[in-house]
Design a protein around this ligand. Sequence first.
Ligand code: FAD
Length: 651
Amino acid sequence: MSWARSFNTATVVGSVRRQAPITLATRRSLVHTTATAIPKDLRYDVVVIGGGHAGCEAAAAAARTGARTALVTQKLETIGEMSCNPSFGGVGKGILLREVDALGGVAPTICDRAGIHFRVLNRSKGPAVWGPRAQIDRSIYRSEMQQHMASQPNLDLIAAAVEDITVNGDHQVTGVALGNGQIIGTRAVVVTTGTFLRGVINIGAYFTPAGRKGEGPSVGLAQTLETFGFKLGRLRTGTPPRIKKSTVCFDGLLEQPSDYPATPFSYLNERVALEDSFIQCHLTHTNSAAHQLVHDTLHENNHVRQDALGPRYCPSIESKANRHQVWLEPEGLDSDVIYPNGISMTMPEEAQLRFVRSIAGLENAQITQLGYGVSYDFVDPRQLHRTLETKMIHSLFLAGQINGTTGYEEAASQGIIAGINAALKVRGEPSFTVDRTQAYIGVLIDDLVTKGVLEPYRMFTSRAEYRLSLRSDNADTRLTALGHACGAVDEPRFQHFCQQQKELAELTQLLESVELTPHEWNSGGWYNSLRCGLLKPCSVASMMAFGFVSDSTAADLVPALRSFNPRLVERVKIEAMYAHMMNRQRASAESYRRQASLEIPPGFAFEKVHSLPLEALERLREHAPRTIGDAAQIQGITPDALARLVRALQS
Ligand SMILES: Cc1cc2nc3c(=O)[nH]c(=O)nc-3n(C[C@H](O)[C@H](O)[C@H](O)COP(=O)(O)OP(=O)(O)OC[C@H]3O[C@@H](n4cnc5c(N)ncnc54)[C@H](O)[C@@H]3O)c2cc1C
């Protein structure tokens, strides 16, 4: 059994639940809990500002990639805090998380230790759009993340608010300035301040400056970015009231059990840690009385009257007109708090309680924390390269909600790319990027840096042109070797990956090599080929892929199949299912990649491109794309304009 498979559930359950946030006994890194204790001459290769989901991935990735790194965050005890929903993954987002894992990221393994309810969404559809998702125990996640960060070699944790970033005359980052004026020297900075830049939270008619409930906003850093000349915008989001679980009546509500056994997020894990303690979620609905209440209190609800745009795909109750679902999701194994998914709101306090109590099952509910909204500054991500380094300031990287995205997975995905690139830059090594054909992370970053955002950006499978090949089952095949080559994937993970790839290749060969004619399928009693219109010889792999023979029938034909891990068998079936389409998609991706990488020289005279429409000319001048791939993503650049540009470049 490999090291990764020796995952001992019983031990993990115990240790997970007993852990204190950061213990001196287990930490390997330097931990400064107050700014005053920080030595004067501290210097790092990379400083990451912010200990949220982008910051944790960035700091861990930079450290893994060989940079001496510091994570500077306002409070160590909020490292890994889930600001809103206690869940990770979902459609599109789950694939992002698998990709973060494939690059050696931290969040997926921690989800496997803290998850209390797992489901693969879209199971009834094709595997290309399956969305692994898990309910997470909020406090176990936070504690596990803090533990991981504290024991990450090459990484120090510092509790302080950064107020400024220092640069030299060449626009090169030189350090970060803390609130007490102290400077920490560094060669690269990754800013991951989430919703904190000039954050203001809002309930009813009341506003309070805050990045998140109970935590101050980051004003100095917003001013710094403005002074550097970055274009900032304003966005908003919100969170629902939390409900005391013991006041909910679950009788008559639809139960939603977890998948069992659960599909782990990490390729390293066969099982998840807490599967013996899985919880149930329940479904209830809003009704017309509740929506009338929303309507009646709109005049007292400032958040929804702001100009800043909120998340279209995670909307507040104020923007939903009709009866809709409310999932009652426990926040943890030992928690008496329910997260009512679907009713994010900013109504006044008294209206929130009336709204909640109008819902079936919540008639006597008590609210433990009011729903609230937050509006915040974000940086227009078109000012970034694909490495997430800013175009204006050298070695300054931005990742997460600061770039206009929403969601933990989007934040983690950007964090890992920014962290790897910050480390590579200080080491003088080539940068690391992935494109739209390789990963959802590539789609996310490509969309951000070329199209920018008008509203909080979240990931969907529909955003990915190559989604048949960008699946949750094969993120390791797509990314782990690339991550290892740039130093972000450690040796044990890489060896585990190589072993799995070897077994996958053997299994594929085994199942494809046994091919029967339609007559043989019939006469052996394996399958009535007339029922599926089989006209040509067909391999066991293909027959399994399309569900024409079961795994056990296949094992009768190919007995060696029984010695393989069922998860690998599943992967081979999925590959076989998409084989024909994949060949076409691979060819199309190859031609896209060739053309997309065609470089546009700096200062290229777009006006000389024959018959280029005026709108395209203006957009190209404004965005100054570096490649045809960049140009293709600019809004208003038609295929015709692109073809003219390609011809001009090639001539
Ligand atoms: C009220 C609310 C509602 C939300 N609703 C949704 C939703 O419905 N759907 C959804 O997908 N997502 C939602 N989110 C967003 C989700 O929480 C974020 O997308 C995600 O947490 C972003 O991760 P991040 O790492 O970019 O930032 P965060 O997780 O916000 O982390 C930022 C970190 O930076 C630190 N920090 C800030 N300023 C400084 C400074 N100057 N110096 C040092 N440290 C600093 C903070 O302490 C914090 O640790 C919501 C967030 C909030 C606050």
